[in-house]
Structure formats: C-alpha cells, structure tokens
Design a protein. Sequence first.
Length: 259
Amino acid sequence: MNLPLRTLGVVPNAWTVNDAIADITRPQKTPQPVILSTETKTLHLDLAKAAILVIDMQNDFCHPDGWLAHIGVDVTPARQPIEPLNNLLPELREVGVPVIWINWGNRPDLLNISASSRHVYNPTGEGVGLGDPLPSNGARVLMAGSWAAAIVDELEQIPEDIRVDKYRMSGFWDTPLDSILRNLGRTTLFFAGVNADQCVFTTLCDANFLGYDCVLVKDCTATTSPEYCWLATLYNVKQCFGFVTDSQEILTALHHSEE
C-alpha cells in the first residue's frame, strides 16, 4: 500500500517522509530568471533564489529623536533609502522574494555585547550608549523590543517578512541568518539599509565569505559617514565582493520578466 508522504522542513530544503520512505531529493522551486544591469556586468539571476536584506533602518539610526541624532549625527542621509525601499519592497514581495529585516536588537542584560562594542559610541563611559535610556523618551538604545530599535514608521512591514536581531555590525555574526537563508534556498542577496560602510558592508562581506552572491542596491543604501566612506564602499563592493545596482534597474528587470 502506498502511504502518503508528509513534508518535513521548508521548501526547497525539505524532505518528504512516511513510515517506510524518506525522500531527500529536495525538489527545487520553479526558476524565475531575470536579467539585471549592474555598474560592472549584466547579471542573469534567479529570483527564486534571491532575498533582500534590509539592515538597521531603525529609529536609533534614522529618526531625529533616535540615538545617533542624540549624539550629534545628522541622520538626514540615513532617511534617503525610505522612499526607494517603499517602491521596491512591494514589487519584490509580489514575485516571492523574501524581505528580511536585520536590526540591531540587544539582550536586556547586554551579556553578549563586548566592552569594545560598547566603547564605539560611548568612549568615555559617561554618555548614552548601548542599552542606556534616551533622554528624550526613555527608550533603551538598540534594545530588542524598544522604540529605539524599532524600524522607522515610514517603512511598511508585513507578517510574512522575516526578522533577525543582530548584535554586531555584521548580520551573520552570532545570528540565525545563514541558517534561515539556507533553508529558504536563497543564494543571491540584495543589500539595503544603513550604514553602508559599516553594518551593510560588513554583512555583505560575511555573505561573500560564506559563498552568497551579493548585490548592493545603491539608492536603497546610505551612510551618515563622510563621502569618502561611501565611495570606498562602492569601490570595494564592485572590486572584491559583488555588484552594485539600483532599485530602478531591479524594477526594470522584474517588469521585463513579466513580458
């Protein structure tokens, strides 16, 4: 008698099993090929193997009442990705590309945060640093679940989006991000968010080291650092770690794939 098979795991990294059989062939998803122009090459990529990582678009980094603004940083540049992301993300969701929000979100006890990490923005120990309350509203800096660590209101999240808390600049360090991507079968990653030369860049580098294909989405990324940091980031991504494109090129690729 042929017993029904039941799925274990997440397609495409799933088995089907019953009492007698474990089918570990892992059927693949239907390919969704598109052609994407970048600043160095024309890419032929499969949307069924792609995801977008949106990094640190949080109140502490992007809001005028957040942490960076409190310590005197002009956060205006960090808000520039909001509009292009609002145009791009719904279109990516429509074709099944997962949106993964990677946000700095510390433990309340800071037991996984080193002294060197705390020193970066609080070098004297007397200022407002990681885990400390913001004077304006009492929200604890980059604490998971706080207003400070929340994504800015202008960016829409939906229940199907994926959320990953991180505790260093790289979204891969000490987080489940790599396991999530491998279960989803996503090997081509679009990168967006802030700061381009810090958290976005280190996450992109780690992704490259792990074997992922990396595409920086230029207008969906920004930094509050000096211009030379931005230029160096673009240079290094194109030279060593992946490709650079913009949201309009992605939208063009999506629309042409539907013709």
